[in-house]
Design a protein around this ligand. Structure first.
Ligand code: GLP
Length: 261
């Protein structure tokens, strides 16, 4: 493990698998603590090995710990596409069921997402946000990083004060997410409901997970830039307990001089 001082506290691990194991252990430790707050969860390719690692690590738990995990679990996803039913294979609800809730045999009512089919998306965004507040707010929030610096579906430009709301997705984000829609960006919904930076920054602790060479450029921007609407993830610099967990590929050239250290 190498620690490099940056604008955001950063841990660099060898590869995406090592990152996933590290995050999985933090998630399980959080959820097995006394009276855990709800988890904030993300979707996307970055989270696939993370949830696989959570499932694998869960196999090491005792029966009592497993029971405790099931009893306490409450998670809130960051976002959901508008216009997709939970059963749609491209929905984030499907992703969560396939990757986490199903394998862990979690009560589906404890794995919460915005309702992508809500007739009034703004009302649904407000309801979702109020539900999170009523549940005590997010404790540990997992975040991935979009190629354009988005977190959740907070596309640039985006202020730190933005709250949970319906949003338009950028063509770049729809292209990136097309793999869940047969590779066709036009099949990716144009709109979504997302938690805003306001709710994300209100969580107690944040893990921003960045893996793979494709993220090297946006990661460098994040490590060098002051908070700005043009890079929504940069607002995380204002959070008192944020940790950036990256692999060497995402760190790109910046990792090389340190890699032998
Ligand atoms: C998506 C999601 C985010 C995710 C990010 C990165 O569009 N809304 O929650 O973290 O983009 O995705 P990926 O991990 O596939 O690169």
């Amino acid at each position: 493990m190498i620690a490099i001082p940056q604008r955001l506290p950063l841990i660099a691990l060898d590869d995406a698998q090592a990152v996933a194991r590290h995050v999985a252990r933090l998630v399980l430790a959080d959820q097995l603590a006394d009276r855990p707050r709800p988890l904030g969860l993300a979707t996307g390719a970055t989270m696939v090995p993370v949830y696989e690692a959570v499932v694998a690590e869960t196999r090491q738990l005792s029966a009592i710990q497993l029971e405790r995990l099931h009893e306490h679990w409450r998670s809130y996803n960051l976002d959901e596409y508008l216009g997709l039913a939970p059963q749609h294979p491209g929905s984030f609800a499907s992703f969560m069921h396939a990757r986490l809730a199903g394998p862990l045999q979690l009560d589906p009512r404890r794995v919460r997402l915005p309702d992508g089919m809500a007739p009034d998306p703004l009302a649904e965004a407000r309801r979702y946000c109020a539900e999170i507040r009523a549940a005590g707010g997010i404790g540990l929030q997992l975040l991935g990083l979009g190629l354009n610096g988005h977190v959740g579906f907070n596309e640039p430009p985006c202020d730190a004060s933005e709250s949970c709301r319906p949003v338009e997705l950028s063509p770049e984000t729809r292209r990136h997410n097309a793999s869940a829609f047969g590779g066709d960006p036009a099949a990716v919904p144009q709109r979504a409901i997302t938690l805003g930076l306001a709710e994300i920054l209100a969580s107690r602790r944040i893990l921003l997970i960045v893996t793979g060479a494709a993220k090297a450029e946006v990661l460098q921007r994040l490590l060098r830039q002051d908070p700005s609407p043009e890079l929504p993830a940069s607002w995380l610099q204002r959070h008192p307990a944020v940790q950036l967990i990256v692999d060497r590929s995402a760190l790109g050239a910046a990792a090389a001089p340190r890699s032998g250290a």
